[in-house]
Design a protein around this ligand. Structure first.
Ligand code: ATP
Length: 239
C-alpha cells in the first residue's frame, strides 16, 4: 500500500496510563479512513495525536515522508498541514461566513484569496450566505462553513471528529454524500471518527476498528463486514 500517512507502532498515554498501545496503520494519499469503536476507546485521542495536540509515548507518525511525531519530537500543529473539523464546528462567532473561510488564507494576496474563497463557497453551496454570521446559520450550514474553512489552506490531511453528531438525521443523510463528493472531488486524504457504522461504511475506503487499546482490524468496508478479524469485530459490526 502506498504510504502517505503512516502510524508506526504508536502508543499514547495519559499520565503514564496507556490509552492506545502499539497501533500501526497506513493510509494512502486521497483515501478516506474511518475509526470505529465504543465510546472511550481512544478515537478522538488518535485524531489529536495526528493533529499534533497530544504527544506519543512510543512509535512515530509520518505524513508525506515527514516524521511529525515521535516520543521525542512533536511538529507543531500549525506546521503539519493537517486540518481539523470538530463536532461543534468551532466557527468564529464574530466573523461572517466569508471571513471564517478566509481566516487561514491571510498570507495570500486579496485577489487570489477572494478567488479561492469563492470557489470554496461554491464547493459547499453557500454562495448566498457569504455575509451571514454563524448564529444565523443552520447546523448543516455551519458544518459546511467549517468544512470549507478546513479545506481552504489545502491541508495534506483532513481530520473530521464526529462531524455530523450535532445534526438531525435528515441533515446527516443529506450532508453525507455531499461531504464524500467534496472530499473525492478535491482528492483530499481524510480520517473520520464516527459512532455511526452506516456512515463509516458509506464514506470510508478503509475502516479501523478499535477496542481494548488496540486496532483490531484495518481494512475496506467489505473486508470488515465479510471477513471480520475476530468474534469481537463480528459482534460489534452487528450491534
Ligand atoms: N486529557 C485527558 N486526560 C486523561 N484521560 C483522558 C484525556 N482525554 C481523554 N481521556 C481518556 O482517554 C480515553 C479515550 O478518550 P477519547 O476521547 O479518545 O475516546 P473516544 O473513543 O473518542 O470516545 P467517544 O466516542 O466517547 O468520543 C477515555 O477513557 C478518556 O476518559
Amino acid at each position: 500500500m502506498q504510504d502517505f500517512l503512516n502510524l508506526d507502532s504508536i502508543t499514547v498515554c495519559y499520565s503514564e496510563h496507556a490509552i492506545i498501545e502499539n497501533l500501526s496503520l497506513i493510509l494512502p494519499k486521497g483515501k478516506i479512513g474511518c475509526f470505529l469503536g465504543e465510546s472511550g476507546c481512544g478515537k478522538t485521542t488518535l485524531l489529536r495525536c495526528i493533529a499534533g495536540f497530544e504527544p506519543l509515548c512510543d512509535g512515530s507518525i509520518i505524513l508525506d515522508n515527514n516524521v511529525i511525531s515521535t516520543a521525542n519530537h512533536l511538529t507543531l500543529p500549525e506546521k503539519r498541514l493537517v486540518g481539523m473539523v470538530f463536532q461543534d464546528y468551532a466557527l468564529f462567532p464574530h466573523l461572517t461566513v466569508i471571513e471564517n473561510i478566509s481566516f487561514g488564507l491571510k498570507h495570500l494576496n486579496k485577489e487570489v484569496r477572494l478567488e479561492k474563497v469563492n470557489s470554496l463557497l461554491a464547493l459547499v453551496g453557500l454562495e448566498d450566505l457569504a455575509k451571514r454570521y454563524p448564529h444565523a446559520l443552520s447546523g448543516g450550514q455551519q458544518q459546511r462553513v467549517a468544512l470549507a474553512r478546513a479545506l481552504a489552506p489545502e491541508p495534506k490531511l483532513l481530520l473530521l471528529d464526529e462531524p455530523f453528531s450535532n445534526l438531525d438525521v435528515e441533515t446527516r443523510e443529506r450532508l453525507l454524500p455531499e461531504l464524500l463528493d467534496i472530499l473525492k472531488a478535491t482528492g483530499q486524504t481524510a480520517i473520520l471518527v464516527t459512532h455511526n457504522q452506516r456512515e463509516a461504511f458509506a464514506m470510508a475506503d478503509l475502516v479501523g476498528v478499535i477496542t481494548n487499546k488496540q486496532l483490531i482490524q484495518w481494512g475496506t468496508p467489505e473486508e470488515i463486514q465479510h471477513t471480520p478479524a475476530n468474534d469481537w469485530v463480528r459482534k460489534f459490526i452487528r450491534s
